[in-house]
Design a protein around this ligand. Structure first.
Ligand SMILES: Cc1cc2nc3c(=O)[nH]c(=O)nc-3n(C[C@H](O)[C@H](O)[C@H](O)COP(=O)(O)OP(=O)(O)OC[C@H]3O[C@@H](n4cnc5c(N)ncnc54)[C@H](O)[C@@H]3O)c2cc1C
Length: 479
């Protein structure tokens, strides 16, 4: 859907502030900004603004405020919940893409700090850290496309949360343009700073509803010189959770990833790459990674741990990576199954979290719900199990037309949310709310919680111009 109707005067005013290369207003130039990574969500915009400096972001925001134009900040558009594009709820808005703000500002290996423009691609930041023998541990399948500003705005998680935490835990300082165009510079280089409110947390996870992040200051870590990766086969999800508990105690904080994958997901991984072969034969797979920057014999630790768990039949099959290439092949399965789903077309996509011990119950109840109430639909369960995070996705039968699949998919999503709510879990472990989950998020809040978030929104964005329809209902900001 393309919303036409930007007046020539407004266009001229925008071009005056950003230059012609900073404004796209015809359908062909805007097209790539108006569809998300999955291809599931198509949006509309009056124009796409591409500021090339922080000052240009400020000028664009001020002008949009004066003209009463709603603004949608956009990073790599990999967010999966339509937070960065208007799917019909923003009443005609401009997209503000941060892609031209893409400079690494500082890599300070002595203080383990990296500062970057918000539009830097996550992979470029990781590479810059690596060149200084450091690690920036935020790691996710979209790292070649997502931007650090988008990671901050969505409080991204990924495969290393277990060891290093989410984006929120990795960010030391932020720089943001407020909805009135003022610039807040919250860079300090300080790891400890208890002077009053921690203002950066206002913008982290706010999904672009309180301002536009223009710069991110983040923590670096020593690069782990030693990494051991194993791909394991287990009889059940219960066994996988028992294994996790054991691993947590025996391998302690050396575990950097613990992913579970239902064996049914292999077919999806092969859609991404037909050469993928499961290294184990078992109903449930676990990808475990240990890493250390110290001279610890991780191999011996892992072998010893696996010997004990195999003797008890907790683990029934195991493959230890003999090389970096083999470890990458194991990870290609995990990454491939996400790509394969996108190739398969529309499907129900969730991002649930429960207490770790409730993971087997969540998966069993969700599978039973699909089998009994939606026969023919295909359940897929995988996720960052060490964080209690499961993507329980459901693929429509191949012969079902997309409109019908979408209608049933909405019912399935509601059913899955009911299951996770009954377990006291969350409908969004890491992808956020965006527009696709806005109604259910809003309906699930207590009156006090709604008052708190509305008070913050009204105080910072009284005109309601910053990403309307994302997190908040499109037409109101107060309860
Ligand atoms: C293959 C794949 C794997 C993924 N794996 C994971 C995973 O493991 N863990 C995880 O957490 N997520 C994952 N995601 C989701 C996604 O990659 C993350 O949410 C990512 O952080 C989004 O970054 P982005 O730059 O693409 O943001 P976008 O999608 O462009 O935007 C996301 C939200 O942030 C806002 N925003 C973007 N930039 C700014 C800014 N500079 N200032 C203010 N607001 C802004 C947008 O308005 C929107 O609301 C995955 C996605 C894909 C496609």
């Amino acid at each position: 859907m393309t919303i036409h109707g930007i007046s020539p005067d407004v266009l001229t005013a925008l071009e005056h502030v950003l230059g012609q290369s900073g404004v796209a207003a015809d359908s062909a130039d805007m097209a790539k900004y108006l569809v998300d990574w999955s291809g599931d969500h198509h949006g509309g915009a009056l124009a796409v603004l591409k500021p090339a400096s922080v000052a240009e972001v400020q000028a664009a925001v001020r002008l949009c405020g004066t003209l009463g134009l709603a603004m949608i900040p956009q990073g790599g558009n990999t967010g999966l919940v339509a937070g960065a594009i208007d799917i019909g709820t923003a009443r005609g808005a401009v997209v503000i893409s941060l892609e031209r703000l893409n400079r690494i500002r500082l890599v300070d290996a002595d203080n383990f700090i990296l500062q970057a423009d918000a539009g830097c691609i996550l992979q470029h930041i990781k590479n810059a850290a690596d060149e200084q023998d450091c690690l920036f541990p935020l790691s996710l399948g979209a790292q070649g496309s997502c931007q650090i500003g988008g990671n901050a705005a969505s409080n991204a998680g990924g495969v290393n949360v277990l060891r290093y935490g989410m984006a929120r835990d990795l960010i030391v300082g932020l720089e943001a343009v407020l909805p009135d165009g003022a610039l807040w510079n919250g860079f300090s280089g300080l790891r400890k700073d208890n002077r009053g409110y921690d203002l950066k947390q206002l913008f982290i996870g706010a999904e672009g509803t309180l301002g536009i992040i223009t710069g991110v200051e983040m923590k670096l870590f020593p690069k782990p010189g030693r990494v051991e990766t194993a791909y394991l086969g287990l009889p059940s999800f219960e066994a996988a959770i028992s294994l996790f508990r054991r691993a947590r105690r025996q391998c302690c904080d050396l575990i950097s990833a613990f992913e579970i994958i239902g064996a049914e997901c292999m077919e999806l991984a092969r859609l991404a790459d037909p050469n993928i072969v499961a290294p184990v034969a078992a109903p449930v797979h676990v990808l475990i990674e240990l890493s250390s920057s110290a001279a610890i014999d991780l191999r011996a630790l892992l072998v010893d741990f696996l010997a004990g768990t195999m003797a008890e039949d907790l683990v029934t099959d195991a493959a230890l990576a003999e090389s970096g290439a083999q470890a990458r092949a194991f990870w290609a399965i995990r990454e491939g199954l996400v790509e394969g789903q996108a190739k398969r077309g529309y499907h129900v996509r969730t991002d649930l979290s429960v207490r770790i011990s409730d993971i087997p119950t969540l998966i069993a109840q969700a599978r039973q719900f699909i089998e009994l109430q939606h026969p023919g639909w295909i359940s897929q369960a995988y996720g960052h199990a060490g964080d209690g995070n499961i993507h329980f996705n459901v693929l429509p039968p191949l012969d079902l037309a997309e409109p019908a699949a979408r209608a049933t998919g909405a019912t399935i999503t509601t059913g899955l949310y009911d299951i996770v709510n009954a377990l006291g879990g969350s409908i969004s472990a890491e992808h956020g709310i965006g527009r696709t989950r806005q109604r259910v998020y809003w309906a699930g809040m207590s009156a006090v919680q709604r008052r708190l978030v509305s008070t913050l929104k009204d105080a910072l964005d009284p005109g309601g111009l910053m990403n309307p329809g994302c997190l908040f209902p499109a037409t109101e900001t107060s309860s």
